[in-house]
Design a protein around this ligand. Structure first.
Ligand code: HEC
Ligand code: HEC
Ligand code: HEC
Ligand code: HEC
Length: 173
């Protein structure tokens, strides 16, 4: 009896092991693959007033200030587009327009969180890519690597640089 059990058990363990080895990494890849960018047109559907307000900021037109030869310069695209080299602007096969500093440059790539059912649950949104904004979010671009840099004041920048909103939580100076 014991011998039979063993002779069945060992191939079974090997079989299950083989399944785990072949399927585990791909399952992990899916979970850890960066969430994609949806583009501001997607956000506009539900956040129309904020979209309109953002459209009037310099962020919305940040791509347009680049001269023709600069629009292909990685050293400019990094801060004048959304998600450059992070699965956003310029990625292969990307269909959405990600020129300028769009919603997702501050709020995080939104393909997974930009559904009403998800957005109504802050913890779920956060797990699916919605970012808690602080001064570091801005300093990714507002720093001395910018040829136009003249210093950056976070609180003042929030008032003039983002968009109208009912609620602004300033958590860091
Ligand atoms: C299908 C509709 C829909 C789309 C598309 C959508 N949102 Fe939302 N969003 C919501 C709803 C609903 C809420 C929750 C509002 C509430 O609870 O008062 C919300 C809340 C938010 C919040 C506040 C979250 C919080 O915890 O306070 C942010 C920031 C946000 N959305 C950003 C975005 C961005 C950026 C995009 C585009 C990538 C986007 N949303 C696309 C419906 C949407
Ligand atoms: C590290 C991010 C970053 C990089 C890289 C960057 N910029 Fe900018 N750029 C900014 C920011 C932020 C501003 C807004 C001004 C400020 O407060 O620094 C800006 C403003 C500008 C302006 C607005 C006009 C002005 O002078 O105020 C122009 C034009 C410009 N950048 C061109 C470029 C070009 C051309 C390149 C590539 C050679 C480039 N930028 C690279 C972040 C960057
Ligand atoms: C330059 C950065 C930046 C950009 C670009 C930006 N936002 Fe925001 N957004 C913020 C900040 C900062 C807040 C306040 C965050 C907080 O309350 O913690 C905010 C808040 C929000 C909220 C919550 C508003 C509320 O009343 O609670 C929504 C929804 C939102 N943004 C949507 C958008 C959409 C849609 C776009 C693009 C059309 C966009 N944002 C572009 C920085 C940005
Ligand atoms: C992806 C890069 C990026 C991020 C992230 C970013 N910005 Fe900007 N910001 C820019 C660029 C580029 C410009 C210049 C656009 C132009 O002059 O056409 C700019 C312009 C501005 C301006 C107008 C400056 C002026 O000279 O009038 C303000 C204010 C500002 N940003 C505030 C913020 C704040 C606050 C945050 C964070 C909540 C933030 N930005 C996040 C790239 C960025």
């Amino acid at each position: 009896m014991k011998r039979v059990a063993k002779s069945v058990a060992i191939p079974t363990i090997i079989f299950i092991g083989a399944i785990l080895i072949t399927t585990w990494p791909s399952a992990q890849d899916v979970e850890h693959s960066p969430p994609g960018y949806a583009g501001s047109q997607r956000c506009k559907v539900c956040h129309y007033k904020i979209f309109e307000s953002w459209s009037k900021t310099k962020h919305a037109s940040a791509f347009n200030v680049l001269k023709a030869d600069e629009t292909a310069n990685p050293k400019c695209l990094e801060c004048h587009t959304t998600g450059y080299r992070r699965g956003g602007f310029g990625s292969d096969g990307l269909a959405v327009d990600l020129k300028g500093v769009q919603c997702e440059a501050c709020h995080g790539p939104g393909q997974r969180y930009s559904q009403a059912s998800v957005m109504r649950q802050p913890e779920v949104s956060a797990k699916l890519g919605l970012v808690a904004i602080d001064s570091l979010t801005c300093v990714q671009c507002h720093n001395a690597r910018s040829p136009a840099f003249k210093g950056f004041a976070y609180k003042a920048g929030l008032q003039t640089g983002t968009h109208s909103q009912k609620r602004v939580t300033v958590t860091t100076p």
